[in-house]
Unconditional design. Sequence first.
Length: 440
Amino acid sequence: MSSTNNIDMDHYMVRGGKPLMGEVTIGGAKNAALAIIAAAIMSDETVTIENLPDVRDINVLLEAMSVIGVMIDRVDRHTVKINGSQVRNVNIEYELIKRIRASYYLIGALLGKYRQAEVPLPGGCNIGSRPIDQHLKGFRAIGAEVSVERGEIIAKAERLVGAHIYMDVVTVGATINIMMAACMAEGKTTIENAAKEPHVVDVANFLNSMGADIKGAGTDVIRIRGVEKLHAATYSIIPDQIEAGTFMFAAAITNGDILIKNVIPKHLESISSKLLEMGCVIEEFDDAVRVKGTSTLRSTNIKTLPYPGFPTDMQPQAGVALALSEGTSLVTESIFENRFKYVDEITRMGATIKVEGNTAIITGVKRYTGARVSSPDLRAGAALVLAALSADGVSMIDDVHLIERGYEDFEVKLRALGGCIEKCSSDADMQKFTLKTAVV
Ligand code: EPZ
């Protein structure tokens, strides 16, 4: 693998070949926490959030919220107190939203509480165009005037009045954003064809803990009765389904044996069932799941779907594991239009995958060889780390900051499972890693 003179970003250095064995504890769900910390400003009292994942997306959103006057007290890595009573500015700056798409949850929160919000239109990202037409459809349905001017979404309402909303597509973000705005509207809102992800349920439970009246979250139909005020609450975020699934696939791809603790097994059913098809052994406990790999993974087919289907956020991790299985597998990505960017990278490690439209045709190979690859996005980056942990030789994964958006202490947790992985930020570190981990 060629060295480089100016490593200007953090990299993961990985020497593969060792099965991952042991126990790992899963953190709070990033995609629940992002919406929950935004929703916390809807009360004028102090809200305490526990089991917060200490990841970049969360820290950037908290910083963005402090800029508009939200009082943030980071008690520790995993606990924050939020008070929205001093919010004076409903206008989120572009610089902030450019760094974190999920700040669009502030529109639902600010509109619900202050009847107005001005937030820059979030850009697309590496996995697809990411429209927000369904968010705007919901805001308009409950009475907001919404316009897009100078790249900003401007939402204003004299009154917010409950409505019956039928979502054209199943969308997590829009379901959550509309739920937030509607929970302080007058009267009853019904959201049909709602997203059912665990983090949608977590946000509904959080809002109810503040005094909202939301029923049916986790089903296709969510019924909301608006309330005038939301009060203080202390709430603990659910475990992260995708972090858990990533470690489950880490056991599969390295033929390891990992006990994944602090999970809700029900949330992992679609992932467990695919790993069973691939020949792994799964043992479920109340709040843990144990995954044992197998020397030769079996091929299977996967289609990503809204919950309870196989999660799109697990597609890259499954793809790189299937590329090491015996036989041919088909992976169909039905949620986003550009979520196969990891294929070019994993090909450098020896995978044979052909992408036709939204389907990847994967012909399994025996082994990966270490290579230099770069993380196209958060989940693809995590998948490349898993591949590197199973590869012969040393790999270098660039753009680690993308992985750190959603994984707390990723390399620390993998090292604790026996993985030979370090975060390096200089050429010297890289050389040192390669020499000291050389198999004697
Ligand atoms: C959330 O994104 C997650 N992000 C994504 O996780 C996850 O992949 C996605 O849900 C699906 O589960 C956060 O929660 C911060 P969607 P979101 O709205 O809400 C279309 C990760 O790796 N759509 O459910 O943006 C959209 O184009 C990230 O943690 C519209 O057409 O996803 C897509 O095809 C990546 N109009 C589909 O719906 C809209 O107004 C699902 O998107 C909104 C969405």
